[in-house]
Ligand binder design. Sequence first.
Ligand code: AP5
Ligand code: MG
Length: 214
Amino acid sequence: MNLIFLGYPGSGKGTQAKLLAERKNFAHISTGDLFREEIAKGSELGKTVKGIISSGKLVSDQIVLKVIESKIGSLKNDAIFDGFPRTVEQAEGLEILLEKYSRKVDAVLFFEVDEKEVIKRLSARRSCSCGKVYNTITNPPLKEGICDSCGAELFTREDDKPEVISKRIDVYKDLTSPLISYYRTQGLFHIINASRPGEEVYSEIEKTISQAKI
Ligand code: AP5
Ligand code: MG
């Protein structure tokens, strides 16, 4: 089963993908996480994408599809594509790649949340280098500024600064939102009310996946 998680930055895609990966053994493929790992390693790819990501623009379709192909080739489990595709060109590229490896897109889950809420969520997000993500309002760590899991100091992502948040929202509207009608016409589209508390969102996702009889 191959799922796509689509939605505004900050709509909760990463949070829910991590839960499904932990509880249902899905492979979680987040292009944003993959790029951040490359930046942390200081690799050539990391150096190429660092400035693009911190300015809130999109990495080129060519680079993104190359990174995705390297992941799809070794996939054994059900998979969630989180934050990919982000343009119609990436969606078309994904279809070709999946076909090459005898897979297909089974469902696209659209995380519906309004713009005001995503700005609030992103402004309050705190991240840890171990991968844990917190929120100072809805999911604070036990000790302020410190990761519950590994004890490291939490940080604010470069692209969670106010001016970059608004750039990412504009980029989403221009380049990513056309994917809504793209997948709707393919009959793969499911709306998730992502403005509710996390566990309620998770239950709706679980129900949607089972009802879709994927
Ligand atoms: P990426 O890392 O994918 O960022 P994004 O899509 O902008 O999404 P976010 O990770 O910001 O939000 P999310 O939906 O995962 O929300 P989260 O669960 O963390 O991409 C970063 C950059 O990389 C891009 O801007 C681009 O430059 C590049 N890139 C990546 N993929 C690319 C691609 N395919 N093509 C080109 N470029 C690409 O939650 C957010 C906050 O809300 C957290 O604090 C969380 O605790 C909280 N929260 C979550 N759920 C709830 C809830 N139900 N209620 C209240 N709070 C909640
Ligand atoms: Mg994310």
